[in-house]
Design a protein around this ligand. Structure first.
Ligand SMILES: NC(=O)c1ccc[n+]([C@@H]2O[C@H](COP(=O)([O-])OP(=O)(O)OC[C@H]3O[C@@H](n4cnc5c(N)ncnc54)[C@H](O)[C@@H]3O)[C@@H](O)[C@H]2O)c1
Length: 367
């Protein structure tokens, strides 16, 4: 495509008005996108998109933007229960779609999206976009080169005290697993491979919250401890909740037969990684190769794939697999049993590179 990709936003709330707006502006400055239309069920969002992005075309009916002839790609940035139906309609209209996580809130809806994406002309890119981060890819390369040996155990965590906006975060189809744990599960399955079984404990730690200025009952589990079986005696845990105030430990820890690698920061905002190799006998501290990497990077990637006619690295089968783990983790916790994961996927691969190209040690004077 030798013209800018024409983008429409559906859902103009918190995530659209900050992080996606910033990246969309940068892509527009580079001549890669045109921002042509926006939709939100709240009519007052029209003023924001006009003043901040210069988008004049605003509607409260998403079918208007997804059926518009002058829209190439739709960004679905709504509350979670709306992701599935809007993504489906946009794919059916032949558009490229970026959908925030999770791709849908039920497996049948997500299965439909997979089938539709396979036969639709548009790409389907599902958040989270963690596999695009330079730190994730550096860790992937160390694993591929055998630097820590075969992975035996893993731990990941992501949580915070929870949003004070959007009551839907605490209602059916919301919750911290879909919102936060999804990053950890995408990272672990991307680096280790597909999961075979899941078992979880979950509960509602904080049953009442003030959200959008109103006291509300929390209808979903807000506190999770999940164990994932990757087969061949390989196990991972994910700790997530709207129940965590602060932390300083690694986001992800991977324990291999000859070493350990751990991602610092959060997997949606990595701060480099630390590597132990038995044969080196010391911790190597690698800073982040791009501290400005934005977690919205899937938008740049989608635009790049459309303009250069490439298949996205972020695959809907991966998002579906993670959704199955999440839904079965919730079921497992409610029923008190371990559940089998039926789906599988092929993790994304990258250029394996060289040790030297990866050497971004903090004490390296050339950086
Ligand atoms: N807030 C964050 O920090 C963050 C970070 C990463 C990803 N996300 C994801 O982004 C998505 C949105 O989160 P948010 O925090 O922006 O939520 P939000 O509640 O602030 O915004 C969602 C917006 O979608 C609109 N909406 C709902 N149904 C709609 C429909 N049918 N048509 C058009 N608009 C509709 C709402 O009116 C609202 O303005 C979620 O999937 C969330 O998990 C959020």
């Amino acid at each position: 495509m030798d013209r800018p990709v024409r983008i429409a936003f559906v859902g103009c709330g918190s995530v659209m008005s900050g992080p996606y707006t910033n990246l969309a502006r940068r892509l527009r400055e580079r001549g890669e996108v045109e921002l042509v239309a926006a939709c939100d069920v709240k009519p007052d969002r029209a003023a924001f998109v006009r003043s901040e992005l210069g988008i004049e075309r605003f509607t409260t009916d998403y079918t208007e933007v997804i059926n518009a002839d002058d829209v190439d790609a739709v960004l679905v940035l709504t509350s979670m229960p709306e992701h599935g139906p809007i993504t489906r309609a946009a794919l059916e209209a032949g558009k490229h779609v970026l959908v925030e996580k999770p791709m849908a809130v039920t497996l049948p809806e997500a299965q439909d999206l997979l089938a539709l994406a396979a036969r639709s002309p548009g790409h389907l890119v599902c958040a989270p976009h963690v596999v695009l981060s330079p730190t994730y890819q550096a860790i992937w390369r160390h694993i591929q080169r055998g630097d820590i040996g075969p992975i035996h155990l893993a731990r990941a965590r992501y949580g915070w005290s929870g949003p004070w906006w959007g009551q839907w975060f605490y209602q059916s189809g919301g919750g911290p697993l879909f919102d936060l744990g999804v990053y950890n599960l995408t990272t672990l399955t991307g680096l280790i491979g597909p999961a075979r079984r899941v078992t979880a404990m979950a509960g509602t730690a904080i049953p009442e919250r003030k959200v959008d200025g109103e006291l509300m009952r929390v209808e979903v589990e807000d506190n999770f401890q999940i164990t994932v079986d990757f087969g061949d005696a390989r196990f991972g845990t994910v700790t997530t909740g709207f129940s965590m105030q602060a932390y300083r430990g690694p986001a992800v820890e991977l324990y291999g037969g000859t070493g350990t690698i751990q991602m610092m920061g959060d997997d949606w905002a990595p701060e480099g990684y630390e590597l132990w190799r038995n044969d080196h006998g010391a911790w190597e501290i690698h800073r982040d190769q791009d501290p400005h990497w934005p977690w919205t990077d899937g938008l740049r990637h989608l635009v790049d794939c459309i303009r250069h006619d490439r298949e996205p690295l972020i695959r809907p089968e991966h998002a579906y697999h993670v959704l199955e783990i999440m839904i079965k983790a919730i079921e497992s916790a409610r029923e008190g049993r371990t559940l089998t994961i039926d789906s599988t996927f092929t993790p994304p691969t990258f250029d394996t590179g060289t040790e030297a190209a990866d050497a971004h040690l903090v004490h390296d004077p050339s950086h």
